[in-house]
Design a protein around this ligand. Structure first.
Ligand SMILES: [Zn+2]
Length: 119
């Protein structure tokens, strides 16, 4: 195949050049974030930054509370320190981890268990 033949085939759609693959959102995550064994630990650490003795019934009250906003700031900082570059990356990671963990711990799932399955 010479170059003109190749060009012709590309034009007619017979030969596809490898397209640039869309980078997965979780690409570039540090290895410890890729390990499902660390999932609970990471989630707990993130939740702890948000833990508060306050309870605000109104969203606006919460948004105006210095202490609660400080916790939100800590939460964001921790996320960045853990290696999440964007919130979208965190949600993608969370989704992926939950699928992986469910697969590891409970391949069938309690609701899909066949009727009469014995333990
Ligand atoms: Zn508060």
């Amino acid at each position: 195949m010479n170059l003109d033949e190749i060009k012709d085939r590309i034009k007619r759609g017979l030969l596809k050049l490898p397209g640039k693959l869309k980078e997965p959102l979780t690409k570039g995550l540090p290895d410890y974030l890729k390990d499902p064994a660390n999932y609970d630990k990471i989630q707990r650490a993130l939740l702890e930054t948000l833990a508060s003795t306050h309870s605000h019934s109104e969203m606006m009250q919460w948004a105006g509370c210095k202490s609660c906003m400080e916790k939100v700031r800590e939460h964001k900082l921790l996320m960045i320190r853990l290696g999440f570059k964007t919130p979208a990356m965190y949600y993608e990671w969370k989704k992926t981890m939950e699928i992986m963990i469910r697969g590891l711990r409970d391949p069938i799932g309690p609701k899909n268990e066949p009727a009469g399955a014995s333990k």
